[in-house]
Write a protein that binds this ligand. Structure first.
Ligand SMILES: Nc1ncnc2c1ncn2[C@@H]1O[C@H](COP(=O)(O)OP(=O)(O)OP(=O)(O)O)[C@@H](O)[C@H]1O
Ligand SMILES: [Mg+2]
Ligand SMILES: [Zn+2]
Length: 397
């Protein structure tokens, strides 16, 4: 087990041995392995004590796309719904091919044509938009990174432009941008690396010789905020930057806004990512959480949205899943609706409503087996034919 945490807080072996040795390791005071803590039951993803009540919903009528068997499905609003079922049972067909495009068309009259179904009904006017938060990259440019995506970098640039030396040199906040000419290194266009195309082989990235990978001109790098250049800041992790800017928030009020924005990245479990880490290097799960953070930052709580996630726990540790669930919670507190396609029973048990498809994959699937609370599903009779019920019962007990 590698850790104890992610990024600069990780990188050590915190446990190694047979599964049976975990219990003894957990008893040791110096145990630092979160995996051991979860697997020995010392830490757990707790099931919420009660489910949220709902009364408004959106209904999909006669869904027949791919293997779906002409089913009617109600999606409750303002709460968290999990769509479950074995691989190939029809979850993505229902959510990605019908719910998402149908709702978009109903709300904005744009977007792709939905798959085969009869109609969408219910309290559609209660929501103002629909957002699919997938694992696709957030930007292909080497210059895009998590802090530019959530717009925290704009504030950081302003702060640097306010420093004495910057004023003396007549730099403004755009001088600290790597998207426009001025302050950035023109050799590498602010990317810090030069991409060399190789015939028959993957491109090679070489550190830019003009700036040594520091992405800005020397004069720009001479501007320092409490001894840190803009490059030093981009090399910090989100966690480090929160401590750094938070430490000077008394003198510089703008730091409060920087910290507030960075904290949403920390809240979704990305505290270990470097501010300047190129978006193209983020994993699918990391990209998904950056998108989620950007929505958590949007002030428009008067605009209830429906969020769709397709398997958001892919690649996440128990500990990360806990944080993800807290972000879902935050979305619902703002009045949003959360719809999650998920196989992970720790997430399913935390839903307010479960829609189980199946019983099998392909032609033997596509039926609506069950709709209700997780507890009701776990107690569903075997005749329902739900594999989810069986595994959910093991988790709920
Ligand atoms: N474009 C397509 N054309 C024909 N059949 C498809 C198409 N997309 C999916 N299917 C079939 O429809 C069925 C349901 O697929 P779907 O992707 O909805 O499953 P899923 O429940 O999301 O599975 P997973 O958990 O593996 O993501 C599968 O048998 C699949 O092979
Ligand atoms: Mg799927
Ligand atoms: Zn350069």
């Amino acid at each position: 087990d590698i850790g104890p945490m992610a990024g600069y807080l990780g990188g050590e072996v915190v446990f190694q041995g047979a599964f049976g040795a975990m219990e003894a390791a957990a008893k040791r005071k110096q145990n630092r392995s979160l995996t051991v803590r979860y697997l020995t039951g010392r830490e757990a993803i707790e099931m919420p004590e009660r489910v949220r009540k709902w009364n408004s919903y959106i209904e999909i009528k006669g869904a027949r796309e791919h293997n779906l068997k002409n089913i009617d499905v109600k999606i409750p609003l303002g709460v968290m719904t999990c769509i479950t079922g074995v691989s190939g049972s029809g979850k993505s067909s229902l959510v990605k091919s019908i719910l998402y495009p149908a709702l978009r068309r109903a709300l904005t009259e744009t977007g792709d044509r939905p798959g085969d179904f009869d109609g969408i009904e219910g309290d559609i006017s209660r929501i103002k938009g629909v957002e699919m938060i997938d694992q696709n990259p957030i930007g292909r440019s080497l210059r895009s990174n998590p802090v530019t995506y959530i717009k925290a970098y704009d504030e950081i640039r302003k702060l640097f432009a306010e420093q004495q030396l910057a004023k003396q040199y007549k730099f403004d906040s755009s001088s600290f941008s790597f998207n426009i000419a001025g302050g950035r290194c023109e050799e590498c266009k602010g990317e810090g690396v030069i991409r060399v195309e190789m015939q028959f082989m993957a491109d090679v990235e070489l550190v830019c010789e003009a700036c040594n990978g520091r992405r800005f001109r020397d004069e720009i790098l001479q501007v320092r905020y409490h001894d840190k250049s803009i490059y030093d800041v981009l090399e910090m992790s989100i966690d480090e930057a929160i401590d750094f800017f938070g430490g000077y928030a008394e003198q510089d009020k703008i730091n409060l806004r920087i910290v507030e924005k960075l904290k949403t990245l920390q809240d979704v479990g990305l505290g270990y990512v470097k501010l300047g880490q190129s978006s193209s290097t983020l994993s699918g799960g990391e990209s998904q959480r950056v998108k989620l953070a950007s929505f958590l930052l949007k002030e428009n709580s008067s605009q209830p949205l429906l969020f769709i996630f397709d398997e958001p726990t892919t690649g996440l540790h128990f500990h990360d899943i806990k944080k993800l669930l807290r972000s879902f919670e935050a979305l619902m507190q703002k009045g949003h609706t959360v719809v999650v396609v998920e196989h992970n029973m720790d997430v399913v048990k935390c839903a307010d409503w479960v829609i189980d498809l199946g019983p099998e994959g392909g032609e033997a699937g596509g039926g609506l087996l069950f709709a209700g609370t997780p507890r009701e599903l776990a107690e569903a009779p075997a005749a329902v034919g739900s594999h989810t019920a069986h595994y959910l019962k093991e988790v709920i007990g």
